[in-house]
Ligand binder design. Structure first.
Ligand SMILES: Cc1cc2nc3c(=O)[nH]c(=O)nc-3n(C[C@H](O)[C@H](O)[C@H](O)COP(=O)(O)O)c2cc1C
Length: 198
């Protein structure tokens, strides 16, 4: 199912096509090269001081890690995520490694790496759906994440599935239109909330 962004200005096709589906094809596995490409894309994101604060714990094609990641997810997310062949936790290194002081842009930069994964996924015919609904403490315990690292976001990746395989309530959410604030609420000039004339 496509859910193209109804953009007011022309945007790159990958950005327009990316969205966050809940229906994944249970039978279609993700191969190693494809996985490598996804995380290679993350690796080439920019970061403050080139600190590359992103780390990923990845469960692949319903292996043990996949099961362990699934168990850290909120019930509402588990319901649809169990069909996604790749589940991951995105973790951020919080400090500068040498100076042991906080890297104020670490979470920002993890977001940049995740957007690379999103767009690379779309280019490969895959979709990625991120989740705040997971238990970071459970992630720490299950995978031995040390102090100084923050499990930030969970992600599901897979090939698009059939929305008729979803429950009725999830199917309804899947069919809801994508909404965005208008540009005038986001882009200012001169002073705060004075919209740039575009
Ligand atoms: C950091 C983050 C956390 C999110 N958490 C959840 C979640 O726990 N469960 C869920 O179903 N969707 C989650 N989403 C998906 C958002 O609801 C979705 O990106 C947003 O509604 C915009 O829709 P779109 O991605 O299809 O454009 C999350 C997205 C992000 C970026």
């Amino acid at each position: 199912m496509d859910k193209l962004a109804s953009a007011t200005y022309p945007i790159n096709e990958l950005i327009a096509r990316r969205w966050s589906p809940r229906a994944f094809d249970l039978k279609r596995r993700v191969d190693r090269t494809t996985l490598g490409t996804l995380f290679e894309a993350a690796r080439w994101a920019p970061s403050a001081g080139n600190m590359q604060p992103w780390r990923f714990i990845v469960g692949v094609n319903f292996d043990r890690t996949h099961k362990a990641v699934l168990e850290t997810l909120a019930d509402g997310n588990q319901r649809w995520c169990m069909n996604a062949p790749v589940l991951f936790i995105a973790v951020s290194a919080l400090n500068f490694p040498d100076e042991d002081k906080p890297n104020g842009h670490a979470l920002h930069d993890l977001g940049l790496a995740l957007e690379n994964i999103f767009l690379q996924a779309v280019d490969l015919g895959l979709y990625c759906h991120l989740m705040a609904g997971f238990d970071p403490e459970k992630v720490r315990q299950s995978f031995g994440v040390p102090e100084g690292y923050q499990p930030m976001t969970a992600g599901a990746v897979g090939y698009p599935g059939n929305i008729n395989d979803l429950s009725e309530s999830l199917r309804e959410r899947e069919l809801q239109p994508r909404k965005r604030r208008p540009l005038k609420e986001l882009v200012f000039t001169g002073s705060w909330e004075n919209p740039l004339d575009i």
